[in-house]
Design a protein around this ligand. Structure first.
Ligand code: SF4
Length: 377
């Protein structure tokens, strides 16, 4: 029986050292291999020329550099937005999106294939839960984005200027932000999500700064409580989307388990302990949660127990096919923001990216998963 290959991206340096010794190699080979994976970001064992040929052959037989297979990359916004779809061994699919801005570059990664949380405005929810991603599978999406970013300066087209990127010099060499806002709920896969942060943060490897990670949750209170005690300064974003329990429960079933008051208590405790600013994500849906009395309710609720470090990100909905929901008008989005600001709640409108590549997050991956299943009969 063929055993599944060992995913070397799942292993931190101590674990990789143990594995390398188990392969009968001296321990220092682990450091070489680790460097090739995380510093040089090699995609193939054949490209690791400092490893002896017999060891490379052994690696090719027994190990893999992650298990995600890149199915396609779609470009938008003049080449500044790139969405990749990856297949897992069982043909489940996940997405990652690279977004380049003047002087910064963000990758949004998936932590699960599909998602069990059932948010009604989300394409990924329609897939249901498929599987958790391993730490290496999550981190591999970041490595893809770093490699893709290197191509961007020589691969821009005219649409890029609309986003204030006038030429290659405006494109950073390194990713500046990793956000866990793709498919899945990271706190539902807490351990693997958190291990992916450690792998990417390791100064001996990819060396990505802790303050440049953002994890986004639908509001799983136990995850927020856990993160409070984390020594790393990871940013926290909460998908809020309504200040009204009835509306929020309708949009996000998780609200029945952790209603808004409990969620906000956890967030206040988090900011009191960590002194870190929390972002609230608020997707604006026409006629659903975009009335100005909703803005009033939101401000009252956020401020009722005193100010704490926070910020509201308003995101016009990226409509999901057949959902019957549409995004709020531009005027309403701006009114909503101004209203919050006037009440003392810092708010910004998130610049939308990737409208020209496909619809909402999860839709492209979902379509490709269906195609793969059909191709396999
Ligand atoms: S919005 Fe996020 S948590 Fe909700 S179903 Fe979609 S992927 Fe899951």
């Amino acid at each position: 029986m063929n055993e599944a290959p060992i995913n070397v991206l799942d292993l931190d340096l101590p674990a990789l050292t143990e594995q390398v010794k188990a392969w009968g190699q001296p321990a220092f080979r682990a450091k070489q291999l680790y460097r090739q994976l995380w510093v040089n970001q090699r995609e193939s064992f054949d490209d690791m020329s400092d490893l002896p040929a017999p060891f490379r052959e052994l690696l090719k037989e027994t190990a893999a550099i992650s298990t995600l297979r890149n199915l396609l990359v779609r470009r938008g916004d003049g080449g500044l937005t790139r969405k990749a779809v990856f297949a897992l061994p069982g043909n489940e699919t996940v997405e990652a999106v690279l977004m380049v801005y003047p002087g910064r570059a963000t990758v949004c990664v998936s932590s699960q294939a599909g998602c069990p949380m059932g948010c009604t405005f989300c394409a990924t929810a329609k897939l249901g839960f498929r599987q958790d991603l391993s730490p290496g599978d999550i981190a591999q999406q970041v490595l893809w984005a770093q490699r893709e970013l290197a191509k961007v300066p020589n691969d821009l087209d005219s649409g890029a200027e609309r986003h204030r990127v006038r030429g290659p010099g405006d494109v950073p060499e390194r990713l500046t932000n990793v956000v866990y806002m793709g498919m899945g709920e990271p706190f539902n896969n807490y351990q693997n999500w958190r291990r992916s942060v450690d792998l990417l943060h390791d100064p001996a490897g990819f060396n990505f700064g802790a303050r440049n990670f953002t994890v986004s949750t639908v509001g799983l209170v136990p995850g927020i409580v856990k993160l409070m005690d984390d020594p790393l300064q990871i940013n926290l974003a909460i998908s809020l989307h309504s200040a009204d329990d009835a509306i929020r429960s309708d949009m996000m079933p998780v609200n029945r388990r952790y209603p808004i008051a409990d969620l906000l208590d956890a967030v206040r405790a988090y900011t009191a302990k960590t002194h870190r600013r929390v972002s609230f994500e608020y997707v604006l849906i026409a006629g659903k949660n975009d009335d100005l009395h909703e803005a009033r309710k939101l401000a009252d609720m956020l401020l009722e127990k005193g100010k704490f470090p926070m910020h509201v990100n308003l995101i016009p909905l990226n409509p999901v096919v057949d959902s019957g929901m549409t995004r709020s008008s531009r005027d309403r989005v701006n009114e909503f923001r101004d209203y919050l600001e006037n009440l003392g709640v810092p708010a910004t409108v998130r610049i939308q990216r990737g409208k020209d590549i496909d619809a909402a997050c999860g839709q492209l991956a979902g379509d490709l998963a269906k195609e793969l299943a059909a191709a396999e009969g």
